[in-house]
Write a protein that binds this ligand. Structure first.
Ligand code: T3D
Length: 260
């Protein structure tokens, strides 16, 4: 964890195994996210990788999940791995009270790809890539992939990515709408920090409600979405921070939001 004012940067740090997930990495990441969520001084989180990869998904050398190749050996229960490790991690990121920016510094494969795609804004280095590696080892997309992919790029592209598991270069990911932006490799971390500082200066509660509202609206008809917007504006509008936003606009100065 590297704090920089209101922005906390979490770097996955198992570069020799391309930052793939072990139980220990899961525990550390979840604890760091929960600490950031509980810290009122934190207003944005950046998630990135150390070394040449963002994250290669599950550590396939981990005896807890890798199949035992001894004839007759019982299969591992991967459902429990998802239920107890990936599910809570996905839910934690999705419900973070502050925006989470993924700074994808290199390859993001399997659960690593969908971990990034589940963040609020995904910024990727031009040389980075995204791989839905699951079908190559006989699995389905997890870490939210079945939910995220069709919503991000539509069913046709989602199926193409998920069935074939080909490497999708970051510029193509941006073109498809899978990620927010790709930037030059040597500008990635600086631009991710600038984006995060910009988000940190905004009204966190409005950012959180915006993300939740976009997801909720996908399950509503138009009238329900209008009613939901009214309910959110009622809450957000009855606050000192809304008055501060309008006052700052009128006075042509930057707003100072105080209620995270
Ligand atoms: O299992 C469950 O619990 C269910 C949950 C599943 C969630 C998932 O994420 S399933 C998908 C798992 N991930 C993958 O299938 C990706 C496997 N990795 C790759 O396909 C490639 O490594 C990459 C495309 C990501 C990168 O390729 P490349 O050529 O740049 O690097 P490399 O040479 O393949 O890998 C470098 C090292 O990292 C290498 O180790 P070595 O030979 O130098 O000692 C390689 O074994 C290691 N590595 C890469 N990915 C993983 C890994 N070690 C363990 N687990 C990995 N996922």
């Amino acid at each position: 964890v590297t704090p920089s004012g209101p922005v906390h940067t979490l770097a996955l740090n198992r570069p020799a195994a391309l930052n793939s997930f072990t139980g220990a990495l899961h525990a550390e990441l979840l604890a760091a996210l929960e600490a950031a969520a509980a810290n009122p001084a934190v207003r944005c989180v950046v998630l990135t990788g150390t070394g040449r990869a963002f994250c290669a998904g599950q550590d396939l050398a981990d005896p807890a999940v890798a199949p035992d190749l001894t004839p007759g050996a019982a299969p591992k229960d991967l459902g429990t791995v998802i239920d107890t490790l990936y599910g809570p991690l996905c839910q934690c990121i999705r419900s973070m009270p502050v925006p989470v920016v993924a700074a994808v510094n290199g390859v993001a494969a399997g659960a690593g790809a969908n971990l990034a795609l589940g963040c609020d804004l995904v910024l990727a280095a031009r040389s980075a890539s995204f791989i839905q590696a699951f079908t190559k080892i006989g699995l389905v997309p997890d870490t939210g992939g079945t939910w995220l992919l069709p919503r991000l790029v539509g069913r046709a592209q989602a199926l193409g990515l998920a069935l074939l598991g080909d490497r999708l270069p970051a510029p193509e990911a941006e073109r498809l709408g899978l990620i927010w932006r790709c930037v030059d490799d040597d500008a990635l971390q600086e631009q991710a920090q600038a984006l995060a500082q910009r988000l940190a200066a905004m009204r966190t509660k409005a950012l959180f409600a915006t993300g939740q509202a976009l997801d909720a609206a996908a399950l509503m008809d138009y009238g329900q979405a209008l009613a939901h917007e009214a309910a959110l504006q009622r809450t957000l509008g009855a606050s000192a921070d809304y008055r501060e936003g309008v006052e700052a606009f009128t006075a042509k100065r930057a707003p100072r939001f105080t209620d995270r």
